[in-house]
Design a protein around this ligand. Structure first.
Ligand code: AVI
Length: 331
C-alpha cells in the first residue's frame, strides 16, 4: 500500500522554502588552508559535493564496480514492510545528506503519514532540485529542506503537523567518511536530535574482500578520479587557486589495519600552488588525503552505537553480507 499519494503532474509544483544556513562560505577557505598546511596535507571530503561533485557522485552510484547503492537499495526494497513498521506512523523524518533521494523515495512510498520530511544537504543546488521533485511527486508531503553542514549545530524547522517521533535517516554509509571518534560523536549528536525513543535508520558498509573495495574506488571509466580531482577545480574557482589538475593523480587503496579506503591526490612533480597570495609547496610523490571510507563489521558498529547512546534493534543485510541497513533506537 502506498501512503504518501504520489502524483505525477509536474506542472502543479508546490514551492518549498529552503532554510539556507549558508554552510560553507565562511569555513571553506579556513579549512582548505589549514588542511594544506599540515605535514600530511588533507582536505575535508564534505567539500566534494558542489554541483559538479554531486553530479559525479551520482554517476559513481551507477557504476558496476561501486556496489553500495544498488546493494543498499535491494536491502531496503526486500525489507521495506518491516522497516516502516518499526519506524511507525507520524514521524518527523530527517535525512542527513539527502543527495538525489533515490533511497528516500522507497521510504516515502510506504511510511504512513509522515509529519514533516527534512532533507539536509550541503549543496543548495541539489537540495532545490530534489525538494521540487519530491513536492511534485508526493502531493501531501510536507518538505522542509535545510541547506547546512549537518555536522554543525543548527535549529531544525518546526513541524506543521503533529508528530509522534523523530527518525533520522542516514543512508549510503556516509558514517564511514568520519574518523572513528567523530563517527561516535556524530552518532551521539544524532541521538540528541532524535531524543529518547527516537530512531536512526542507517546504511553501514561492511568489511569485505579488498579487491572488491579496490575496484569500487578505482573504476575503469575514471569517474571516481574525476570526482576526487574536482575538489581542486572547486578550490581554483572559489578560492582563487591555481592547481594544475594534470600535476595530480587519483590514488585510492584499502588500508586493512585501519579498515578504511583512503583516497588521495598524489603530486606528480615538485611544484608550488597558490591560493590568492598563499604559497603551498608540493614535492613529487606527496599526497593530499581527501577521503577515508571506513568499513565495519556489525559487532564493531553495535559497540560504537552503544557507546553513543543507541541500541541496535535490527540489522538487514544482503546475501554476500557486503552492506547493511540498521535500525537503532536512542536510549
Ligand atoms: C558518500 N560516501 C559514502 C562515499 C564512499 O563510498 O565513501 C563517497 C565516495 N568516494 C568515492 N566513491 C564514493
Amino acid at each position: 500500500m502506498v501512503y504518501n499519494r504520489p502524483q505525477m503532474d509536474f506542472n502543479k509544483t508546490r514551492r518549498t522554502q529552503i532554510h539556507d544556513l549558508k554552510p560553507e562560505h565562511e569555513h571553506f577557505r579556513t579549512e582548505v588552508l589549514n588542511g594544506l598546511r599540515k605535514a600530511q596535507k588533507e582536505l575535508p571530503s564534505k567539500y566534494f559535493y558542489n554541483e559538479r561533485g554531486s553530479y559525479l557522485y551520482e554517476r559513481i552510484c551507477t557504476l558496476d564496480e561501486y556496489y553500495p547503492p544498488r546493494t543498499e537499495i535491494a536491502i531496503m526494497k526486500a525489507h521495506i514492510k518491516e522497516i516502516v513498521e518499526l519506524l511507525g506512523p507520524n514521524t518527523y523524518l530527517i535525512e542527513y545528506g539527502c543527495g538525489n533521494c533515490v533511497k528516500t523515495r522507497i521510504l516515502l512510498d510506504y511510511l504512513p503519514n509522515i509529519s514533516t520530511y527534512v532533507p539536509i544537504d550541503i549543496s543548495v543546488e541539489q537540495l532545490r532540485r530534489v525538494s521540487q521533485e519530491l513536492t511534485s511527486h508526493y502531493s501531501e508531503l510536507e518538505v522542509s529542506p535545510v541547506c547546512a553542514d549537518y555536522t554543525s549545530n543548527f535549529k531544525l524547522p518546526a513541524s506543521k503537523r503533529p508528530s509522534d517521533r523523530t527518525v533520522v535517516y542516514f543512508p549510503g554509509s556516509t558514517i564511514g567518511n568520519f574518523d572513528p571518534i567523530s563517527a561516535r560523536n556524530f552518532l551521539e549528536h544524532i541521538g540528541s536530535v532524535c531524543g529518547t525513543g527516537g530512531a536512526l535508520l542507517i546504511g553501514v558498509d561492511l568489511k569485505k574482500d579488498p579487491d572488491v573495495l579496490h575496484r569500487a574506488y578505482n573504476d575503469r571509466e575514471g569517474v571516481t578520479a574525476a570526482f576526487n580531482l574536482n575538489l581542486l577545480e572547486r578550490i581554483n574557482r572559489e578560492l582563487n587557486g591555481d592547481f594544475q589538475l594534470d600535476n595530480f593523480q587519483h590514488y585510492a587503496f584499502y588500508n586493512p589495519r585501519e579498515s578504511r579506503i583512503e583516497m588521495h591526490l598524489v603530486s606528480l612533480r615538485d611544484h608550488i600552488v597558490h591560493l590568492d597570495d598563499v604559497s603551498i609547496p608540493f614535492v613529487e610523490g606527496e599526497s593530499i588525503w581527501t577521503e577515508s571510507s571506513y568499513k565495519f563489521n556489525s559487532d564493531e558498529f553495535a559497540l560504537m552505537a552503544m557507546d553513543a547512546g543507541f541500541q541496535v534493534k535490527k540489522v538487514w543485510t544482503d546475501e554476500r553480507q557486503w552492506f547493511s541497513v540498521q535500525y537503532l533506537v536512542a536510549n
